[in-house]
Design a protein around this ligand. Sequence first.
Ligand code: NAP
Length: 546
Amino acid sequence: MDELSAVLDRTSPETALDFDAIVIGAGVSGLYQLYKLRELGLRARVFEAGTGVGGTWYWNRYPGARFDSESWTYGYSFSQELLDEWDWEEHFAAQPETERYLNYVADKFDLRRDIQCKSRVASAHYQDDTRSWEVVSEDGRRYTTRLLITAIGVLSAATMPTIPGVETFQGQSCHTHYWPKEPVSFAGKRVAVIGTGATGVQTITEVAKTAGSLTVFQRTPQWCAPLHNSKISKEEMQRIRADYAEIFARCQETYGCFIHTTDPRSALEVTPEEREAFWEKLYSEPGFGIWMGNFRDILTDRQANALISEFLARKIRQRVKDPVVAEKLIPKNHGFGTRRVPLESGYFEAYNQPNVQLVDLMETPIERITPTGIKTNAAAYDFDLIIYATGFDAITGAFDRIDIRGVDGVSLKDKWQDGPQTFLGILVDGFPNFLMVMGPHAGLGNFPRAAEYSADWVTALVRFAHERGLTRLEATAATSQAWTDHVLATSEGLLFAEVDSWMTGINRNVAGKQVRRVMRYSGGHPAFRQRCDAVAAGGYRELTLA
Ligand code: NAP
């Protein structure tokens, strides 16, 4: 028995808890969190709703699913052995490759023996007398644990549209998040896609290749930009491997942990020719450069934003042959980059195909889903398959779906009714021993980079507490309020904060999610880490530890 386990044994004999830590979710965050808890010698168990590991990459197996982060910035950085062993096949890996990767990680580090699949957590209630959580899975099994750690992601609570008649459709239908494991053929089928976010854009591009007909139902068009994906050769992978240290160091320095660095110039200080040349270059390069590596003011200055939006609009007009369709595909109610930019591989060209048509729901809204298809106020359409790419109850939605209760039975959902309140996006006052990896009000961005940091911070706090025999960790109300105020301040002046999207907490299909809220820390990852590091270095004085 090591020193740490001895402390644990001394601190919890009277309670005989099932676990030292329960982690909810076996995705990118949960797998790494388990690995770190094992290092501390803790008895940890991961509860996972799916039948396998991978989280986002287990669920979202819809056609065309892939990430927009460079693969070699997306993998875990914590194990040199893993970095040495894993070869990425593409610069932007598709879902099957990423799911394979996460399974490889689970096997390599022997994580599966502490992961309980098919175990969706229904409730978690804090018991102050034993300083522990009682966790109940949907099938009624009960477990007790000192620490409850959520690793439930930011986009894991999928939402169907609240259109009347959804349940009456007689053909096949599916939300992209719940895409079946068996291959789905579109050949000769009449297919509908509702939704044109990053998911819809990928799905539409792929389905258009083989569907008999594809009808896209678009409410809000998106400012999409080219992904420019390509294969990674063996030689290139060797070069990437040799550069890993530098790659990860660079990701640490950028606003969203992506490899792309913001250009320090203003879009307005260069000549129109320089601006155009720079934007042409960004448009021709892979990844998020056009969003994250652009002039410093395109997301804060209205004039700069209008200029880049006009550049993107011209691109859409060039790529879509029918000028009427092109106009419908150009966003009019928000500027470029103020919603999450979907990266695409031939999305606009799909609308040049004879088998693809666009229905603009701003002109002709859907009235209902019928047994044979979709009825707008202008026409009725028959389909064999309806695909719902209608998104997620983002960031807080997955928390809302679990009955989480803290001290005195206070519900987390009620506490967050007017928006999340956290300390560092990791702790919540009134919810002792409750830790969130990538919770609300943390920084978003290149997910694994941020998640690794978040899990490391959680692990350091847990180590600190256990080394001192502390069994109750809680943020104070005052420090939570101060952090929440700070988070709200970081979004001031950012154009995205004025736009409806999942990033501002809007989901028109979910009651109570119609008002914009600040859902994430917007001060950038370097500043976020600085704050979190300072709390740890100061001995967690902002917390009540007992
Ligand atoms: P989303 O961005 O929220 O898009 C949902 C779409 O469904 C929107 O076009 C929305 O229209 C539409 N919609 C919802 N309810 C509707 C209704 N009742 N009637 C008609 N249309 C309706 O969700 P998502 O596309 O799943 O993407 C969510 C996030 O996941 C992305 O922003 C991204 O962060 C992540 N993601 C990443 C990748 C990648 O890395 N490549 C791929 C997919 C997803 P409105 O806009 O009008 O509400």
